[in-house]
Ligand binder design. Sequence first.
Ligand code: BDR
Ligand code: CA
Length: 313
Amino acid sequence: MAPRKIIIDTDPGQDDAVAILLALASPEDLTLLGITAVAGNVPLPLTAKNARIVCELAGRPDTRVFAGCDSPLERELITAEHVHGKTGLDGPPMDDPTMLLQEQHGVDFIIETLRTEESGTVTLCPIGPMTNIATAFQRAPDVVERVQEIVLMGGAYFEVGNITPSAEFNIYVDPEAAKIVFGSGVRITMMPLDVTHKALTTKPRVDAFRAMGTKVGDMVAAWTDFFERFDMEKYGSEGAPLHDPCTIAYLIKPELFQGRHINVEIETESELTLGMTVADWWRVTDRPANATFMKDIDAEGFYALLADRLARL
Ligand code: BDR
Ligand code: CA
């Protein structure tokens, strides 16, 4: 089968960085058409810079990186330096990238790509707030039906929230954007906290990255060591969830994941539950299914895939 064409829409973030590395390490499965940066974990200038740092780390400065939206559709930006550090990619110091940012706006790149590639052959992978994707859909409604699938990291149901008691960060930062995406009619596969909280960076798993003896292996181990502290303290878990690479792993090995095709709605009004993904897991409403909500992961298989692919870089 020909590799699947994808655009990664991202706010790196250490776990975003691992997702980008996994995609770049998997050319037989995925062709990365471009990376669009969005404001999220840290402001846009940093996410656009971090995306290029990651491409250079992978030895792929030819990857096209675009800056997209610098703030959510209708709200002030909320960031997550408390998890990812001041730069968004805290850990060992990194040199500034030398590769240039593309001049085109990230949203225009998404629109142009969907219009020029054969319809139904481009998959979008949002692993940050979905401002860029929603803006593209609003500005160019003709591209919506041309999307093959959206495979996103966001939301939670049984795990409820990480940024508020009821909302997951990516959805909470731009709930209006998420609502547009979930209402778009595009085929959606989502990796909520219910899955990613089962993909923990335990010591043996991080040691396996370090044992690669490569710059990428060392960096991934150091990044996970850094952002691990926050979740281990908060949840008392044996490691941190490696959220965003679940999307890329799904595109490579969908059999690692299990979920249900159900209705998922986004709360945009309630003060207490803003940004909640209301998932009809038990199918108690007759609202139509609009997303495959993943709930389980073969975590050993996921980390084996990561170790195998990242060792190539
Ligand atoms: C999501 O929020 C960000 O901090 C991570 O990069 C991930 O995309 C998890 O809630
Ligand atoms: Ca992210």
